[in-house]
Design a protein around this ligand. Structure first.
Ligand SMILES: *Cc1c(COP(=O)(O)O)cnc(C)c1O
Length: 354
């Protein structure tokens, strides 16, 4: 706190990202990064960037990338928005589409950045409790709300809401924007992008960070009716005209051009997830059903925080949230088979009676 801070800066409670330890050989399973490298074409595209390209400002609209995303989804470029990571796309959506007289609804257990943006942009929000099993009860989100925001699969639970339920949510809220944050949709879910031609109130946000192994690149995408996209563009052009650098635009484009690599990496992560869930269950853990590249698990006889600390001491970092309803759980990102084997061995040692 300083006397130079604005009232806003003094009041904020910023989001706390997962730890990024430097220069240590830890098994890092705390930020849902993909354990596999991006498609080879991505590094080639980065190497091909010229000094002359960098001398100039980038394309402010990421036109080539926008076009490629549109083609991939069978939409027009006017139905696509590109931002500096989906975090930025979501932040713009808070300012452009989610702020109204009536409150924004999102689940009580979800991505912890949502309340932070609500605070930053002065969006009144109301958490809606998930069911006991951490599934979204669609009927609790009724018409008359300002907007609705659902991460699907949800984070940090990993629980997927089936597309038919998203459709019910849209049908019951035709006069409110329904934003579906699909950061993890490529790990086994069915995307709501297919519903965009039918619903002018649907905005779907995706990212290359998790399923395309490009968290370091910072590229996120929104799909929706052209009028929703226009609102995002208006906010973007009032904030930063050049959110994506030239390198990021060309690299993300190269990633989109290698569908086989993408499918293969997602498939490997899903197979490793299945094996991890079985291993955790054999150790007595309760594991929530996950359609993401992480699992949320708790042990009936061991406190979540104690397990987190014991793993940390053995060089394995997972994520622990000291928050209502999930304070006994660990969120464990899916790494390689070898990393998950290390995790299971470490847990087995920790749980063994001394
Ligand atoms: C990781 C994550 C994001 C942010 O992804 P970036 O594109 O890297 O900014 C957004 N939403 C959820 C639910 C996430 O877990």
């Amino acid at each position: 706190m300083s006397r130079f801070w604005s009232e806003l800066a003094s009041r904020l409670t910023p989001y706390v990202p997962g730890e990024q330890p430097r220069g240590t050989r830890l098994v890092k399973l705390n930020t849902n990064e993909n354990p596999y490298p991006p498609a080879p074409g991505v590094l080639a595209a980065i190497a091909a960037v010229t000094g002359d390209q960098l001398r100039r400002y980038p394309d402010p609209d990421s036109s080539a990338l926008r076009e490629a995303c549109a083609v991939r989804e069978g939409l027009s470029p006017e139905q696509v928005f590109i931002g500096n990571g989906s975090d930025e796309v979501l932040a713009h959506a808070f300012a452009a589409l989610l702020k109204h007289e009536t409150p924004l609804l999102f689940p009580d257990v979800t991505y912890s950045f949502y309340p932070v943006w609500s605070e930053l942009y002065g969006v009144e929000c109301r958490p809606v409790p998930l069911r006991e099993d951490f599934s979204v009860a669609v009927d609790d989100y009724r018409a008359g709300n300002g907007a609705i925001l659902i991460a699907n699969p949800n984070a940090p639970t990993g629980v997927l809401l089936p597309l038919a339920e998203i459709r019910r949510l849209l049908d019951a809220n035709r006069d409110a924007v329904v934003l579906v944050d699909e950061a993890y949709i490529d790990f086994g879910g069915e995307s709501a992008v297919a519903l965009i031609p039918e619903y002018d109130n649907l905005l779907v946000v995706q990212t290359v960070s998790k399923s395309r192994s490009l968290a370091g690149l910072r590229v996120g995408v929104a799909y929706g009716h052209a009028e929703l996209i226009e609102a995002l563009v208006r906010v973007k052009d009032s904030f930063n005209s050049y959110p994506l650098d030239t390198i990021a635009q060309q690299a993300a484009l190269a990633s989109l051009q290698d569908e086989a690599w993408f499918r293969d990496c997602c498939g490997r992560v899903m197979a490793t997830r299945d094996f991890t869930v079985r291993g955790l269950e054999e150790l007595g853990f309760e594991v929530l059903p996950s359609a993401a590249n992480f699992v949320l698990a708790r042990h009936p006889d061991h406190a979540g925080e104690a397990l987190f600390t014991a793993l940390r001491e053995r060089g394995i970092i997972v994520r622990y949230f000291n928050k209502p309803r999930i304070s006994e759980f660990l969120r464990i990102s899916i790494g390689t088979d070898e990393q998950m084997q290390e995790l299971l061995s470490a847990l087995s040692g920790i749980l063994a009676p001394r």
